[in-house]
Design a protein around this ligand. Structure first.
Ligand SMILES: Nc1ccn([C@@H]2O[C@H](COP(=O)(O)OP(=O)(O)OP(=O)(O)O)[C@@H](O)[C@H]2O)c(=O)n1
Ligand SMILES: O=P(O)(O)OC[C@@H](O)[C@@H](O)[C@@H](O)CO
Length: 447
C-alpha cells in the first residue's frame, strides 16, 4: 500500500505514477472488457459509489479511496468490479470537489467506461443523494428515459464485490423496492448510560451488521431523499432506514460474503493490499521456447511454485490459442539458454506491448537464463554483458508498465544441488510476482 509513509513506490493517490487500465487482478480481468455475464437482468441498473469522504480514521492525509495498491487507487478496483458486470448500464462516482480532477485522471488512466463523477456533499447521505439526482438527469430532456429501474449503492471503499451477489441485491430490490447486504455481528452491541456505564446489551443473535451493496428502485430512494430530514442528512448512516421511514418500503435483507467489508482503518488498507497481491500472483505462464531443458525445468518448478501459491501454465510459445495469455495473464517466465539470446524475451515484451491490454497492474516478466556449467557463465566479462542486456531491456519495459527481472540458473550434474537451484528459482519467482518490487527490476538474481 502506497500511503503517506515512505514507500519505494509512489505516494498514496500519486497522480503521476504511469499506469494502465484493466481489470481486477485475476486471470480474466486483464482483458479490460466486461466479462461474459453469467447472468443477465431485464431492467436497467445503475450504480452510485459514494467516494466523497476524507478517510479520517485511516490517519492518512490522502482519502483512503485514493490510496494505491500495485500502482492503482482503491476506488479504481471498485469501479472495475462494477464495470465488469455487463448488465450495469452506468456508474456515478461521488467525490469531493477538491478530488474532481484526481478522479477524472483515474478514469482516464485506467480507461474506465460507464463512469462519471459528480460532486459529493458534507455527509455520506448528501453525497449519495447527489449521485441519485445525477442518475435522474441522465435522460437529458427526457429524464425518465435515462432513469434506471434499480440503483445499487455501494461504498467506494468496499472493493471486493462479486457479480452474483450484485445480481441477488438488484433482483431483490426490484421485487421488494429495497434490498441490503447483511453480515453476522462479530462483537455484541451494548447500550451505555450517559455516565459511560453499561445500560444493557442487545441479544446479538437478533441483530446483523448492515453492509453494502444495497439496492433500491429508483423511485423509492429518490423519494426517500426528497422526504428525509436535515438530521437524517447530517447524522444518518443507513439508506435502508430512509426507505422504510419515508417510503414504507421494508428492505429485503440478504447475507453477503465476508468479502464485503469496508476499508475504514489503516489496517484495512494493509488487508486490502494483501488480498490484491494474492489475486495478482495466483498464476504465471512459463514460455519454454520449445526447449526440452526449459520444459524439464518448468516441470520441476510446478510443484514448488504451487506450494508458494502460484499455478504455472507451461506453453512452448504465445502464438495460436496461447496468444490468449497475452490478454489475461499478469506474470510470465521466459526461458533462454543464456543471456546472449535476448531475442525470446524481446519478442515477449514486444508481444505484450502489441496486445495493448493496458494492464491493470505492472506485468511481470521473469527472464530465466540457463547456463550449462556449474561455473559462472564465462567469467566476469560475460556476467557484466548479461547484466547490461537485462538492464537495458528492463529500462525500456518499465516505461510500458512491464517489470523485467532476471534469474540466472546453472545446470548442475549434482542432483541435490540442482534441486536446490530449482527450489530457489521457484522462491525467487514467487516473491518477484507477489511483490512486484521496482527495486529488483533489471537485476539478474542467482538461483
Ligand atoms: N461526505 C461523505 C462521507 C463519506 N462518503 C463515502 O462513504 C463511504 C463510506 O464512508 P466512510 O467509510 O465513513 O468513509 P469516510 O467518511 O471517508 O471515513 P471517515 O469517517 O474515517 O472519515 C466512503 O466511500 C466515503 O468516501 C461520501 O461519499 N461522502
Ligand atoms: O458509517 P460509515 O460512514 O463509516 O460507513 C457507512 C456504513 O455505515 C454503511 O456503509 C453501512 O453500514 C450500510 O449502511
Amino acid at each position: 500500500m502506497e500511503g503517506n509513509h515512505a514507500t519505494t513506490q509512489s505516494g498514496c493517490g500519486d497522480p503521476d505514477r504511469p499506469a494502465h487500465p484493466g481489470g481486477f487482478p485475476n486471470r480474466d480481468a486483464g482483458k479490460g472488457d466486461p466479462q461474459p455475464a453469467g447472468r443477465d437482468v431485464d431492467f436497467p441498473v445503475s450504480v452510485v459509489l459514494p467516494a466523497g469522504g476524507t478517510g479520517e480514521r485511516t490517519g492518512l492525509q490522502t482519502p483512503k479511496q485514493f490510496c494505491s495498491f500495485l500502482g492503482r487507487p482503491l476506488i479504481s478496483y471498485t469501479i472495475q468490479a462494477f464495470e465488469r458486470v455487463s448488465w450495469i448500464q452506468s456508474i456515478v462516482v461521488v467525490v469531493a470537489r477538491e478530488n474532481t480532477d484526481l478522479m477524472a485522471d483515474i478514469v482516464r488512466r485506467f480507461r474506465h467506461r460507464k463512469v462519471r463523477a459528480v460532486p459529493g456533499g458534507s455527509t455520506r447521505h448528501r453525497s449519495i443523494r447527489n449521485g441519485i439526482l445525477a442518475l435522474g438527469e441522465e435522460g437529458g430532456e427526457r429524464p425518465a428515459a435515462g432513469r434506471p429501474k434499480v440503483v445499487l449503492i455501494h461504498d467506494a471503499v468496499r472493493p471486493f464485490v462479486d457479480e452474483d451477489f450484485l445480481y441477488e441485491i438488484a433482483t431483490a430490490a426490484k421485487e421488494h423496492g429495497a434490498a441490503g447486504a447483511i453480515r453476522p455481528l462479530v462483537s455484541t452491541v451494548i447500550a451505555t448510560t450517559p455516565e459511560g456505564y453499561l445500560d444493557h446489551s442487545l441479544e446479538r443473535g437478533k441483530y446483523r451488521a448492515s453492509e453494502m451493496p444495497q439496492g433500491f428502485t429508483y423511485d423509492v430512494i429518490h423519494r426517500a431523499y426528497q422526504r428525509c430530514s436535515q438530521s437524517d442528512f447530517d447524522f444518518g448512516t443507513e439508506c435502508l432506514h430512509l426507505a422504510l421511514q419515508y417510503c414504507g418500503t421494508n428492505a429485503k435483507l440478504i447475507q453477503g460474503p465476508p468479502t464485503l467489508w469496508k476499508v475504514t482503518y489503516k489496517r484495512d488498507l494493509a488487508a486490502a493490499e494483501s488480498i490484491i497481491k494474492d489475486a495478482v500472483s495466483r498464476s504465471a505462464c512459463f514460455v519454454t521456447g520449445g526447449s526440452a531443458r526449459a520444459a524439464a525445468l518448468a516441470g520441476a518448478l510446478q510443484e514448488p511454485a504451487r506450494a508458494l501459491g502460484t499455478e504455472l501454465d507451461v506453453v512452448p510459445d504465445l502464438t495460436g490459442e496461447n496468444a490468449s495469455y497475452l490478454l489475461k495473464e499478469w506474470n510470465f517466465i521466459q526461458f533462454s539458454v543464456d543471456h546472449s539470446r535476448p531475442a525470446e524475451v524481446e519478442a515477449l515484451l514486444a508481444a505484450l506491448e502489441a496486445a495493448d491490454r493496458a494492464p491493470l497492474h505492472p506485468l511481470v516478466v521473469i527472464w530465466v537464463q540457463w547456463s550449462d556449467s556449474d561455473e559462472l557463465l564465462g567469467g566476469r566479462a560475460a556476467a557484466a554483458a548479461a547484466a547490461a542486456v537485462i538492464t537495458d531491456l528492463s529500462s525500456a519495459a518499465k516505461l510500458r508498465n512491464i517489470l523485467l527481472y532476471g534469474i540466472q540458473l546453472h545446470q548442475s550434474k549434482d542432483s541435490e544441488r540442482w534441486e536446490r537451484s530449482v527450489s530457489k528459482v521457484a522462491e525467487i519467482a514467487s516473491v518477484l510476482i507477489r511483490e512486484r518490487s521496482p527495486a529488483l527490476v533489471g537485476q539478474l538474481l542467482q538461483a
